[in-house]
Design a protein around this ligand. Sequence first.
Ligand SMILES: *[C@@H]1O[C@H](CO)[C@@H](O)[C@H](O)[C@H]1NC(C)=O
Ligand SMILES: *[C@@H]1O[C@H](CO)[C@@H](O)[C@H](O)[C@H]1NC(C)=O
Length: 290
Amino acid sequence: MAARLLPLLLQLGWVRPGACTDPPGGGWLAGTVPEEQRCTVERADASLTYSLFLQRYGDPAQSRHPRNRDRGRGTVPAFRALCTREKLLAAFGPFPVRLSTANTYSYRKVDVPFQEYVEHLLKPQDPARLGSDTLYFFGDNNFTEWGPLFQHYVPPPFRIPGTSPAYSFGIAGSGSGVPFHWHGPGFSEVIFGRKRWFLYPPDKTPHFHPNETTLAWLQHTYPTLPPAQRPLECTLRPGEVSPGLQGTPGVPARAMGPHWWLLQVLYFPDRWWHATLNLDTSVFISTFLG
Ligand SMILES: *[C@@H]1O[C@H](CO)[C@@H](O)[C@H](O)[C@H]1NC(C)=O
Ligand SMILES: *[C@@H]1O[C@H](CO)[C@@H](O)[C@H](O)[C@H]1NC(C)=O
């Protein structure tokens, strides 16, 4: 394979989480949308150093490929513990969230109380419904009202010089997602649920209708694509407790413990086309490097 910069699935392993008493999946509903047959996004483990990352991605204009990496931080389980359905409803139920239409150019915005969103609007995607008629909660977060949550988030440790991070947090039903679009570089992380990603390089505009949902695109367009025209794809999952990191290159020995928090982060490079599809009801956060 040519030595092109790719999207990256980062995997970082660390620190044992607190007591894992939360309900499986955080109390959010699992879905039935399938994963890809094979993840084609390049993967890096904890041995990818910041200097190597910078060497490859430090100039956003040269960042040409998304990647996925596992990472870990001690406070991540704390953020996750706050993101169960029960905890979020108890803490933020009355606060408004701003919903956008789930199409490429999301024109319409609607404010509803978080509790109303979770109890009445957060449903599996109707495959027959247009993205332009589907409301989606991602971004437009009020960091004052939701400060007690975001203060616990530990962003991916890698920075790109000359950029500053901005968070977008969201929760959406299985089968929902955002159709193909592009913007600057950043990281995506799933706290609960699973999120399938489809990515094309900036010079390879995918065939899609901006008002069609990613689910409809997957059902109707994706099967017609010859293998050479398929996107890079991978399903991003939340962190998990893993006892299996002993001997992993790059993990400091002093950090070894009986249980590790293995976390996955997807790096999407500058201007890459991407579409997302939540396989389960998912809680997710992106760090945009603007
Ligand atoms: C965020 O919430 C604060 C406190 O309720 C409010 O004063 C402010 O107007 C909100 N900001 C936006 C952009 O809605
Ligand atoms: C997408 O939907 C919006 C809102 O219904 C509409 O205004 C727009 O013309 C549609 N775009 C296309 C390309 O069909």
